[in-house]
Write a protein that binds this ligand. Sequence first.
Ligand code: SF4
Ligand code: SF4
Length: 119
Amino acid sequence: MTYVIGAACVDVMDRSCVDVCPVDCIYTGGRKLYINPAECIECGACEPECPVDSIVLEQALLGEGAAAEEIAHVADNAAFFYDVLPGRDAALGDPGGAAALGPVAADTPLVAALPARES
Ligand code: SF4
Ligand code: SF4
């Protein structure tokens, strides 16, 4: 199990979650942040920090009642790391720390295709 960032983060990206993550496993993409499922230790510290309630436990999303578009973000958070993102030559894999990697100027195809958030 891991925590997952859903669609509400798109175009918000205030990074409140990044500041509290003890293992630095929340990575910044072009329009959204993504949690590395192999590096997350499931401490839950990030969940209450999100101003748009975008962070949930994977298990909660996979239970009954979750919307299909939110369930898609379980696989999509992983895809950010293990698929080759548009414009890149190789998958990110498990980088071992978001600060050292820095922001990644790419998103998964699912996130890139989401409409711009209205402010
Ligand atoms: S649950 Fe803990 S380890 Fe996982 S992303 Fe959130 S703060 Fe980081
Ligand atoms: S706190 Fe929420 S909105 Fe802000 S970057 Fe993290 S997941 Fe995105």
